[in-house]
Design a protein around this ligand. Structure first.
Ligand code: NAI
Length: 289
């Protein structure tokens, strides 16, 4: 199966790894050459670590790597049977990319988005054949997280839904089919988790590290809300919150936080930029005052 991935950032590179591991021939596309190089180098490191841990051998590493082509023009995705878009969480930009993509791929290519929060119906409306559009929403890190939400829009055909579920199941993931509503299942439940933690911090009740410590030690969560926002990326997490807030007609339950907005504006994106709620510059995380 030929799979085209659009966007080679955190999610696109992880999804490419999943598809390549499952034996698909993957074209990973990004407008930014540096992002493509970074994706290639990161995959090399991840696979080398898996060899060190004895999970794969060097033949498997070469097989996975040889299944991925890193490409810098969209038309190279022309022979795809399935494309999954994982670019910036911006409806207008996604719609433009989908419009272009449709001119290159065949009639029966499934065109999917990994959006966390945007309306699949709205993204699909950019296509001449909206019935081929669907949400296929992986979680971060895509190679490790089992769950994938598959989200049909009202325009999506039954055939595209069932083919998508089959592909993702073959990629050894667990599928939850969710309705096309803001944040689907997991990101909707997660909004109050981040939002309330930010409110607790903004009200001066506790600092980031204490809130994270409490949730992990007492709540049993693997990561605290601030660690998790830094892991996801504050730009991405803020954009998702803003999108869910707007889509739910400004329901205060989903209100975004100025603390996070300022971090995103300053480029304090979290782990990927070396600084967020925590400072990662010395290899270990310290609360960033
Ligand atoms: P990212 O910022 O790590 O990567 C985005 C990539 O898209 C960048 O490499 C950028 O150069 C590229 N890009 C931007 N515009 C482009 C265009 N017009 N054409 C081609 N490439 C373009 O973002 P991330 O975190 O991978 O998120 C991507 C999507 O996945 C978003 O829709 C986000 O909501 C969703 N998502 C993110 C998760 C996360 O934890 N970060 C989890 C699940 C979904």
């Amino acid at each position: 199966m030929n799979v085209g991935i659009i966007g080679s950032g955190t999610m696109g590179s992880g999804i490419a790894q999943v598809a390549a591991t499952a034996g698909c021939s993957v074209k990973l596309y990004d407008t930014n050459i540096d992002a493509l190089h970074k994706a290639e180098n990161t995959l090399d490191k991840i696979l080398s670590r898996l060899i060190e841990k004895g999970r794969i051998d060097s033949a498997e590493k070469s097989r996975i790597q040889s299944n991925i082509d890193y490409v810098n023009s969209l038309h190279e995705l022309g022979n795809s049977n399935l494309t999954i878009e994982a670019i910036v969480e911006d409806l207008d930009i996604k719609k433009k990319v989908f419009e272009h993509l449709e001119t290159y791929v065949s009639e029966d290519c499934i065109i999917a988005s990994n959006t966390s929060s945007l309306s699949i119906a709205s993204i699909a409306s950019a296509l001449k054949k909206p019935e081929r559009c669907i949400g296929i929403h992986f979680f971060n890190p895509a190679p490790l997280m089992k769950l994938v939400e598959v989200v049909p829009a009202i325009q999506t055909s039954e055939e595209v839904l069932s083919k998508s579920v089959d592909v993702i199941t073959n990629w050894k993931k667990t599928v939850a089919v969710a309705k096309d509503t803001p944040g689907f299942i997991v990101n909707r439940v997660a909004r109050p988790f981040y939002g309330e933690a930010l409110r607790i911090y903004e009200e001066g009740i506790a600092d980031f590290a204490t809130i994270d410590w409490s949730l992990k030690t007492i709540g049993g969560f693997r990561m605290g809300p601030f660690e998790l926002m830094d892991f996801i990326g504050n730009d991405v997490n803020y954009a998702v919150t803003e999108s869910v807030f707007t889509a739910f007609y400004f329901d205060s339950r989903y209100k975004p936080s100025f603390t996070q907005k300022r971090l995103a504006e300053a480029g304090y994106l979290g782990r990927k930029s070396g600084k967020g709620y925590y400072d990662y510059s010395e290899g270990t995380a310290k609360p960033n005052p």
